[in-house]
Design a protein. Structure first.
Ligand SMILES: Nc1ncnc2c1ncn2[C@@H]1O[C@H](COP(=O)(O)OP(=O)(O)OP(=O)(O)O)[C@@H](O)[C@H]1O
Ligand SMILES: [Mg+2]
Length: 406
């Protein structure tokens, strides 16, 4: 099949899963437009997924979220064909897995997927090392190779030194790391994670999330991750698909979902989300009104500042790198003195704190009071991108500030 543009790796088209006896009846009888409840009443069949269309890109952290029974597990399982869908197609790396025969499917699964389950799924009579190596053993990989790989992935997930212990000797968080190590040992392209952290207590859960974020920045796998927890979704996801009654009701970035919920159902999900935990400095910054070039003379700088009716300029060098702030008052002082300055002296530039685009608004709260001027936003090379005023900060959080404490 032809390559897909934009690195799209998974294409789900018109995907249905109807549970029950003779599920195709639903379509033959033309019941597909009826509600889940009506279909159930008329046929006894349960709609697990209804006409799902999604595209997932390579390397994307993709979240499936929704209430219990909305079809998240059905979808994630259909991807690996642990559940056979009733209608539609799932194209992964150009191949439609709904059409594969058993042999093709087995090979495809082994090479493409790793799966992490909610309840870890470890084998209690095997050591941590053997659990991590289990998938490779099933594939017939030699002992030497699979143990070497298992040790490597156990180290990756922070379990070096625990190889010879048994799962019962480990805490929940550690057991789930073994689950993750086992999935990673195959070096899968796609990781499927169905509520992997929901059995953990909140502190450990947050720590596991942080570790997964760090791991993903190195691994760059495609991850499909099911969760009930909004803050987990917002923290981890590049894209979030929200499901209800087997349907996908909205797909978007965390910021899309929080700022533009598609309907009341999504609104209800996000109402507890504090924008301060989602919105970034980059999304609320505005253009710097006066940029002062370090090679300009004080008179030029002051003229430009006055023309914009501003009291400060953001000073940059030849490479647009941010050096600091200069005030109109300081320029006036320079001009009134004896000494004639050709360019702005370094000693007149005030050094101030900067932030990068990805800093969350909640982190600006501690910086804003210390900064006498709007906060400069810079990139990793210290290039000036924009600035944030206190008004920006308070406007951005006043829309729907919730009471969440997560
Ligand atoms: N084996 C099955 N037989 C019949 N109906 C099923 C089966 N598995 C799931 N369902 C139904 O399909 C729908 C979707 O279930 P699914 O398990 O995918 O939801 P979920 O979003 O993963 O829920 P949860 O958050 O509780 O895990 C539900 O109505 C459920 O009752
Ligand atoms: Mg589920």
């Amino acid at each position: 099949m032809a390559d897909k543009p934009n690195d799209v790796q998974i294409i789900i088209k018109n995907l249905w899963k109807v549970y029950g006896k003779d599920p195709k009846r639903v379509f033959q009888k033309g019941l597909q437009d009826k509600t889940k409840e009506e279909i159930q009443n008329e046929t006894g069949c349960v709609v697990g997924m209804r006409d799902i269309n999604l595209e997932i890109r390579k390397g994307e952290f993709y979240i499936l979220m929704g209430l219990s029974g909305s079809g998240k597990s059905t979808l994630i399982r259909a991807l690996i064909r642990l559940i056979k869908s009733t209608k539609g197609s799932i194209t992964i790396n150009g191949d439609d897995i709904t059409r594969m025969n058993a042999d093709q499917l087995m090979k495809f699964r082994r090479k493409t997927f790793g799966m992490v389950f909610q309840h870890y799924g470890l084998l209690p009579h095997l050591t941590v090392l053997d659990n991590a190596a289990y998938g490779l053993k099933v594939r017939g990989v030699s002992k030497e190779v699979r143990y070497a790989k298992a040790r490597e992935v156990l180290e990756t997930v922070g379990l070096k030194g625990w190889e010879d212990y048994y799962p019962t000797n480990l805490s929940g968080g550690m057991q789930q790391r073994v689950g993750l190590a086992r999935a990673l040992a195959n070096d899968p392209e796609i990781l499927l994670m169905d509520e992997p952290f929901s059995g953990l207590d909140p502190l450990i859960r947050r720590q596991m999330q942080d570790e997964l974020v760090e791991l993903q920045s190195k691994l760059q796998k495609t991850i499909i991750f099911v969760t009930h927890d909004l803050h987990e979704a917002l923290k981890l996801g590049d894209q979030i698909a929200i499901m209800r009654n087997g349907e996908v009701v909205q797909v978007g970035t965390p910021e899309d979902i929080v700022t533009q919920p598609a309907d009341d159902y999504v609104q209800e999900f996000v109402q507890d989300a504090s924008p301060a935990k989602v919105l970034t400095a980059g999304s609320i910054m505005s253009e710097v009104p006066v940029i002062t070039y370090v090679w300009e003379g004080p008179k030029t700088a002051l003229t430009l500042m006055r023309r914009e009716k501003k009291k400060i300029g953001y000073v940059v060098d030849q490479k647009q790198r941010f050096l600091g702030v200069i005030t109109a008052k300081e320029l006036e002082r320079l001009l009134s003195g004896e000494e004639r300055f050709k360019t702005i002296p370094t000693s007149s530039i005030e050094v101030v704190d900067t932030v990068t685009e990805d800093v969350l608004i909640e982190d600006l709260f501690s910086i804003a009071p210390k900064n006498p001027y709007p906060i400069p936003v810079v990139d990793e090379k210290n290039k000036l991108l924009g600035r944030i005023t206190n008004d920006h900060i308070f406007e951005s959080i006043s829309n729907n500030e919730g009471g969440s404490d997560v």
